[in-house]
Design a protein around this ligand. Structure first.
Ligand code: ADP
Length: 695
């Protein structure tokens, strides 16, 4: 700043205060510029750190994670392929075993049938896995009950017997002359030439006797029919005894006899016709309803119900098979009966039945053998020595588009489906390896995250430190610039011979002295701090009177206190014992506290300096009624370079070193420092020093 500028300042600023303000303002601009510069540098540094972090940590670990993940995927694929191969191999093996087993069954069944050892209508087969056998008549399948012998079946005709029956029915239904009808039915019974004709005539007689209210006689007739063999049937193949049983039960008669009849029918190992099955089911239902609620008889009836229902469901599936027989994958064989059938087993239905054709029987027809697929599969899988996990829940599936392994050309449309929930366990050999990879991946992730966290923390700290340092440099420069500028301006003003007033002159000189004191204090702080950092700071402790030390410090701050209009209240407790201290250091500490009290007093102009003895220690307290410190910040203000980050604080110049120095000095003296502060109300800093002589 040249003389011209000083002249302008001097002319414009009619008093010393305005001149000082101008100096401060000038330096403030410099400070602001430096701060901005520092911020830009900090941001650049920050970006660099982030980039470094990304390249050094995030990139390699991401590559590692992707590679491991890829490897896990590949391993998984490999295991799945191995599993698929294994499944295919097993399916082929099971298919071969199945074929051998089925062909054996077929052979036994054919030879038993061909030798005439068993009838086609029987339910007893050479193997428990056979469900039914039928005759393939071209593309039509003859079911067992359609092949039952017809010699005991009623055959209608125009014989004398039937003419008599016609006449009797005319009497019964047209003329309603029941007695005549009864007589004619009786004659019919006597003239009957076959058991079926006799049973038929009895049934009609029992009916007419019921109509003519001869109930006892009609019941007796029904009972007689009930005793007739179930093989004596009407023209539809239904045993007459079943009709009689229905009538008897309707009248609440012959419960036990009917039960007996049904039980023997169900255990006769003979395929009932569908009509017979439904009649038996009706009779069983009536037995259940009319019988006693509990007890053996009821149980027997329910048992019969279960049996007949099972029979009916098998029969229904057999009827459905009969309908679809031509569509089975055996068509080629069905169309050319002379050709030897291959070993083909076609699947039919949900829980598939396996259907195959045997070579021609002596009569030229082909025997169709139908077996229960699942039970054979169970017996084969249980005898196949292989991992239980693969074969658990294995089942047959049919139909196009269904997932599963083909069992070979002998089983068209039939596939082996492995349970999907077994898949995980099927991969079990890859399981431990995969767990190892996953754990390793997890470890890498954890280590990377830890590393990232520590790096991030260190970078953060470094950034914070760098920020604090640059702030410190800016603050120190500013702190130096302000008193230096003031000294120069006032000295140059005096050199120009202005002002002429001797009192003003002495005020200028006072300012120069005071600003140079301030400079010294600041430089002392910086130098001391540098010594502390290097570990060179030493203290020359000597016994001293504390009140003298405190007074000296208060005296040294008199000028700035007065200049800024502060009122310092000093309270000394009488008879303070001696303390062993480095006088200069403690004075410096008290001056720093007083200087802070002035800086952070806000509008208040009252400062208290108190010295007393408490709990066997000497306590020096500096209290202001200024801006105060937030509780969360109170712990950090003793850190080096730390300044409370508030807007208000930013406007107050400072280096963040004062309290760090006091902290070090007090600790070196075996004491400690405390702060109590309330935002907006003020702060009290207390230095505790051990007494030389604890009296
Ligand atoms: P500075 O040079 O910034 O004053 P110090 O180390 O002396 O550095 O103080 C650290 C911080 O503590 C200050 O920036 C200020 O925010 C806070 N502080 C110190 N003394 C007081 C006080 N008497 N009242 C309010 N805040 C204070």
């Amino acid at each position: 700043m040249n003389c011209k500028l000083i002249d302008v300042f001097y002319r414009k600023c009619d008093n010393i205060k305005i001149l000082k303000q101008a100096v401060r303002k000038n330096c403030g601009i410099v400070m602001e510029f430096k701060k901005r510069n520092t911020n830009t540098m900090r941001t650049r540094g920050h970006h660099k750190q982030v980039l470094l972090f990304l390249i050094a940590v995030v990139l390699p670990s991401s590559v590692l994670i992707v590679l491991t993940w890829h490897m896990i995927g590949q391993q998984q694929e490999l295991s799945e392929k191995r599993l698929a191969d294994e499944r295919l191999r097993l399916a082929t093996e099971i298919g071969q075993k199945l074929l051998v087993h089925l062909e054996e069954i077929k052979l036994h069944e054919v030879s038993a049938t061909a030798s005439g050892a068993k009838s086609l209508n029987t339910l007893e087969y050479t193997s428990g896995e056979v469900i039914l056998t039928g005759l393939a008549d071209g593309e039509r399948l003859l079911l067992p009950w359609e092949m039952s012998p017809t010699n005991n079946r009623l055959s209608m005709g125009k014989t004398a017997f039937f003419q008599k029956i016609r006449r009797a029915e005319e009497e019964e239904f047209v003329r309603r002359r029941y007695a005549q009808a009864d007589t004619l039915y009786l004659e019919g019974i006597e003239e009957a030439q076959q058991p079926s004709q006799q049973a038929y005539a009895r049934l009609l007689r029992a009916r007419v006797l019921t109509k003519s209210d001869e109930l006892e006689e009609s019941l007796a007739e029904y009972r007689r029919i009930l005793a007739v063999s179930s093989e004596i049937t009407d023209e539809h193949g239904i045993g007459f005894c079943l009709y009689a049983a229905g009538h008897l039960l309707e009248r609440g008669d012959s419960y036990n006899e009917v039960m007996q009849l049904i039980r023997s029918e169900l255990s006769a190992q003979r395929w009932l016709s569908p009509a017979e099955s439904y009649i038996v089911l009706d009779l069983v239902n009536v037995l259940i309803k009319s019988g006693p609620e509990f007890g053996i008889r009821q149980q027997a009836a329910e048992d019969c119900q279960r049996k007949i229902l099972k029979h009916i469901s098998r029969q229904e599936k057999a009827l459905a098979l009969q309908k679809d027989f031509g569509k089975l994958a055996l068509t080629a064989q069905l169309k050319s009966p002379e050709q030897e059938p291959e070993s083909t087993w076609a699947a039919y239905g949900e829980e598939p039945w396996l259907v195959s054709l045997a070579p021609a029987l002596p009569g030229g027809q082909r025997l169709a053998i139908i077996v229960r697929g699942e039970s054979i599969l169970d017996s084969i899988t249980s005898s196949t020595p292989y991992s239980e996990t693969i074969l658990a829940n294995v089942r047959f599936t049919t139909g196009a588009g269904v997932e599963g392994e083909s069992l070979g050309p002998s089983f068209p449309g039939l596939k082996l489906a492995y349970a999907t929930d077994g898949k995980a366990s099927l991969l079990s050999d890859w399981g431990p390896q995969r767990s190892f990879y996953l754990i390793a991946l997890l470890l890498v992730l954890c280590v990377t995250l830890f590393g990232a966290y520590f790096l991030w923390r260190d970078v953060g700290r470094e950034l914070q430190m760098a920020e604090m340092r640059s702030q410190f440099i800016a603050s120190v420069s500013h702190e130096l610039k302000t008193p230096l500028t003031a000294i120069r301006i006032f000295a140059e003003t005096l050199l120009l011979g202005r002002p002429e007033d001797p009192q003003a002159k002495s005020e200028y000189l006072d300012t120069i002295v005071n600003e140079s004191h301030r400079l010294t204090r600041l430089l002392n702080n910086v130098l001391d701090f540098s010594k502390i950092e290097k570990g060179n700071r030493t203290y020359r402790k000597e016994p001293a009177c504390l009140s003298e030390v405190v007074n000296a410090a208060a005296q040294a701050t008199q000028y700035p206190l007065r200049q800024q209009g502060f009122h310092l209240n000093v309270h000394m407790e009488g008879e303070l014992p001696e303390v062993r201290v480095d006088r200069d250091a403690i004075e410096q500490a008290i001056q720093n506290l007083l200087s802070n009290a002035m800086k952070y007093s806000g509008e208040s102009r009252e400062i208290d300096l108190r010295v007393q003895k408490r709990d066997g220690q000497a306590v020096i307290e500096v209290t202001d009624q200024g801006i105060g410190i937030d509780a969360a910040q109170q712990k950090r203000i003793f850190e080096k370079f730390y300044r409370v980050p508030s807007e208000e604080n930013e406007r107050i110049p400072g280096t963040g070193l004062g309290l760090a120095l006091i902290f070090h000095i007090v600790q070196a003296h075996g004491g400690h420092i405390e702060v109590q502060s309330i935002i907006g109300k003020g702060s009290t800093f207390s230095i505790y020093l051990p007494l030389e002589n604890k009296r």
